[in-house]
Design a protein around this ligand. Structure first.
Ligand code: UNU
Length: 504
């Protein structure tokens, strides 16, 4: 790729875009003044990129046949064997399809990325392989991860593991399904508004959104740095803690990681909850879309923590119900400026940039009509706001997010954990292919009220299955102090060991 000097007409167009009026003389002079910098660009263009080495051999894999993919959870099966020993020896892992696995196609749920092949492994991929894991494939996710349902991906809806025709939750939809069906031991998800925890809730799996800045997001297609998280989705608490042990810690690339507190999470298991103080967040049961049976199931589960020796109490955090609103400018403008118009990355952070993804992803502009209805909606809103107000609402919301963090931290003075339903409802029916746009969008966004606040406050939060209603799982969310994943695991493990949630 080389850069040529702008032609006079290109320069006049750029000047107009910048609000400048140039004479013909100005055009000639500015062209001359750009010559040296254009040469600098071409020097950069000729230099080799600086990417991490790909350590383990693999093949591009295959799309599984429909009969091997009844729930449509898999995008691709591809096997990569890791080291011969390590903490994850014998464990199979699936990756959400926004995670780069070099040499294996990646779409992030969008047909506009069809044909893209990553050229390096995400940091967490290398870490899992170094720990002896076997990666077995990539799972379908929602279109550019912008939905909590499982019907917006370009490759068709993903079905709930407990009931065909029902939502698996999203956006890490396929990861929830393959774990719940036992097709893999472990999966990786991503979470910007709840996308690890929501499918965990709908599918009946354990899903941890770790503290922001604990697990490197390097090599995962970003939405927006302030909300991007990745983390483990598993069938047991022990596997979840074990996987987080492997994923956590600075990688020298991710600029959000500053001296994280990394712990041996599995050491938290078995300690019980005696003496632990759990605050039941009143407002977490008051979302507009709350389902009475789900609230009831989560309240019953809270009592089981009490039976196990924890003290439980109701705590009111009024600002919790504003969390979704405060998330909205950050999520919307972030995804518009960074993921869409920033070609996946935008500027201004010392990250590891995938220029191959940036080059390929630019092409969405030629196929914008094929984007999902949720992507179109968010992107048009973000563009409208940006055209008329600039990024000031993003900035103000980010400032206010600190007040939201403080509101939870105040509760953490009295409580070790906060508890509420992960999603206000259990899995809903997948919209019919001819459903209205209004229904399509409702089924994509109606469940994020309890999860999204913690993507901007950055507290660790985990969904655990706590019961069944009408044959569908109910998810309970535990939220901890910053970097206190250990406390969450301690409680989640005690709860898991105390009884089979499928019978509750
Ligand atoms: N990726 C997410 O967590 C997300 C979920 C719902 C809406 C937007 C983003």
């Amino acid at each position: 790729m080389t850069v040529s000097l702008p032609t006079p007409s290109q320069l006049r167009a750029v000047a107009e875009q910048c609000g400048l009026s140039l004479t013909e003389e100005d055009v000639a002079s500015f062209r001359g003044l750009m010559q040296g910098s254009i040469e600098a660009y071409n020097l950069v263009a000729q230099m080799p990129d600086e990417l991490p080495e790909v350590k383990y051999p693999r093949t591009p894999g295959t799309r599984p046949a429909p009969e091997e993919n009844k729930h449509n959870a898999w995008y691709r099966k591809a096997t990569v064997k890791g080291a011969s020993s390590g903490k994850l020896k014998g464990k199979t892992v699936a990756l959400k399809d926004n995670i780069m696995l070099a040499g294996v196609p990646m779409t992030n749920g969008s047909s506009t990325l069809e044909g893209y092949i990553p050229d390096f492994d995400a940091t967490i991929v290398t870490r899992m392989l170094d720990a002896g894991a076997e990666i077995v494939g990539k799972t379908h996710c929602e279109h550019f991860c912008l939905s909590g349902g499982s019907h917006t991906g370009s490759y068709g809806p993903v079905h709930n593991p407990h009931k065909m025709g029902y939502s698996a939750g999203g956006s890490s939809s396929g990861s929830g399904v393959v774990v719940a069906l036992g097709e893999v031991d472990m999966a990786i998800g991503g979470d910007q508004g709840g996308s690890i925890r929501m499918p965990s809730s709908f599918c009946g799996t354990y899903g941890m959104k770790p503290t922001w800045g604990l697990v490197p997001y390097t090599g995962i297609m970003p939405i927006e740095i302030y909300v991007d998280h990745t983390g483990p989705m598993t069938a047991t608490v022990e596997d979840n803690a074990l996987l987080l042990e492997v994923l956590a810690g600075d990688d020298g690339y991710d600029p959000r990681i500053k001296a994280p507190k990394v712990e041996d999470y599995t050491k938290a298991l078995g300690a019980g909850v005696k003496g632990m103080k759990i605050g039941i967040v009143k407002e977490g049961f008051e979302q507009p879309t709350a389902e009475a049976a789900v609230n009831e199931s989560v309240r019953e589960a809270a009592k089981r923590f009490k039976d196990l020796g924890a003290s439980i109490d109701t705590v009111s955090i009024p600002m919790h119900l504003a969390g979704g609103a405060i998330w909205t400018p950050i999520g919307t403008e972030g995804l518009t400026q960074t993921m869409m118009f920033g070609d996946g990355y935008g500027l201004s952070r010392g990250d590891l940039y995938s220029t191959s993804l940036m080059d390929f992803h630019r092409g969405w502009r030629r196929q914008a009509d094929s984007l999902s209805e949720t992507t179109k909606l968010f992107m048009m809103l973000g563009t409208y706001i940006n055209n008329n107000f600039g990024p000031r609402f993003y900035g103000k919301a980010l400032n206010i997010s600190r007040r939201l963090t403080a509101a939870y931290d105040k509760a953490f003075k009295d409580y070790d954990l906060l508890l509420m339903p992960t999603t206000p409802m259990k899995a809903t029916k997948l919209p019919e292919p001819n459903a209205s746009r209004e229904e399509y969008v409702a089924r994509a966004l109606e469940m994020i009220g309890n999860t999204a606040p913690f993507d901007i406050t950055h507290h660790p939060a985990m969904s655990l299955p706590c019961g069944m209603v009408d044959g569908l799982p109910v998810g309970l969310m535990l939220v901890g102090r910053m970097f206190e994943e250990k406390t969450i695991y301690r409680a989640a493990h005690a709860f898991e060991q105390a009884g089979d949630w499928k019978k509750m």
